[in-house]
Design a protein around this ligand. Structure first.
Ligand code: FES
Length: 160
């Protein structure tokens, strides 16, 4: 992983925070470390096509997850849902260079949250590799709290 690129992405974190007027939201937690990412998506009409206007995220996650989520929210702007669904964790984390084995799930968690949000409007449940938190209301802190009550152990990693 390119440490300089990681630090740059963190210094320049984009689209952090809730989006009250979002059209869709998706949340995924990593069973590997207990971290979570939630993504919001807002669509707009462009030349008769529905494209992603903007996206934002919240994360109680490691720095890698935050950096990848920030990159992802920038990458998907202007794309259709179908185009965004083709993006893999590798593509989302590409600006950071190849992730070390212990950090691969960080990118996959962001991909999972993105897919959950993209598929939120579809009726079929998303086939995510990691568990999708059913409760999409409130903040990520609410979800963490609820998950902690039902699952017993959620590790909250505070990053600065
Ligand atoms: S999301 Fe688990 S260590 Fe990065």
């Amino acid at each position: 992983m390119d440490e300089a690129a990681l630090q740059q992405a963190l210094t320049d974190t984009q689209n952090l925070g809730e989006m009250p007027d979002a059209d869709a939201v998706g949340t995924v937690g990593s069973p590997d470390c207990g971290d979570m990412v939630r993504m919001w998506i807002k669509y707009k009409d462009k030349d008769g096509q529905k494209v992603i206007d903007k996206a934002s995220f919240q994360s109680f996650g490691c720095q890698t997850a935050i950096a990848v989520a920030s990159i992802a929210t920038q990458l998907i702007r202007g794309k259709t849902k179908e185009e965004a669904l083709t993006l893999s964790a590798e593509e989302l984390s590409k600006p950071l260079g190849p992730l070390p084995p212990m950090k691969i799930h960080c990118g996959q968690m962001v991909e999972g949250a993105l897919r959950a949000a993209l598929e939120a409007e579809q009726k079929a449940a998303p086939a995510a590799a990691t568990p999708v938190v059913a409760d999409q209301s409130g903040t990520l802190a609410d979800a963490l709290s609820a998950a902690g009550k039902t699952q017993g152990k959620i590790k909250i990693v505070l990053t600065s």
